[in-house]
Design a protein around this ligand. Sequence first.
Ligand SMILES: [Fe+2]
Length: 329
Amino acid sequence: MDYDFVNVCRDELRLCGVHEGEAVAILSSDAAGELMGHAAAFMQAAKELGALPYHVRVPANRGAGGGAWEVGQTPLSGHPAAMAALSKEQLEIQASGTRVLLAVEPVDVLTRLLPTPELRERVEFAGELLSSAESLRIEHDNGTRLVYRLGRYPVITEYGYTDEPGRWDHWPSGFLFTGAYDDGVDGTMVLAPGSILYPFKSHIRTPITLRIEDGRIVDLSGELDAELMRNYMDQFHDPDGYAISHIGWGLNEKALWSGPMMDTRGIGQEGRSFYGNVLFATGPNQELGGKNASPCHLDIPLHGYSLYLDDRQIINAGDVVVNEMRPRQ
Ligand SMILES: [Fe+2]
């Protein structure tokens, strides 16, 4: 038993408001052998809080397209939020008021990125601003200018713990997102070197230019990285994979932009959360309540971009300029 990690899990469960006498179900997959230590640590931590933990182990569920994800080894694979939204059973569980927390990153990442109420406040403040915005614009001096028409879909915040009835969250995180109207994204997105491509878990080395009309990629060009991206997307033979998915930004100052260069065992929450990244994504919008259920999904945290809500600047070249979103010293 890794008692240092048990202590971290106990702090996490305290943040989640787990109390004496409360039932805590720990769900894992029979294929996720490397995560058995996580389950054991949560079990011990819940016991120490006087809660009533139990461990449920289910068979791995390999759905359509699941094999395309490098992490296609657990029923929680691929995009976790999307998988959560796809699971009718899970929605029923949440509707009953049960809080759900996903924790599948390596122990050292979870330990380093233990969330705080301060992070939550900043993410929730950002969520309020995003909720009231009618448009979002991304800019970069590499020729990027992409506009999202907002208002159709809800804003989802992830800050790494859940103490509200029925709430789903993912440890670690520290970002927020929404989606545009299905035909409401237009412009040019040039993916600059240094941006991260998930599920590849690698940084882009050569620019990729996307021309986007009515919420769809109509042209994808560039050199090696563009060819790799196209090669990945084409395997699905799915036009919906070329739609524009969720959009938001990261606020976790402890998450490292270089995270994917050091550790690729998890599903990449660190790279999606780093402070000041604009989290651009392509493919499905089902997790937001939309109809696009394409299995072809790329999350692309952008490094060094600017973001505006209704012409109010939120991020300037990767630096968050709204005081309430900046870490308190
Ligand atoms: Fe995503």
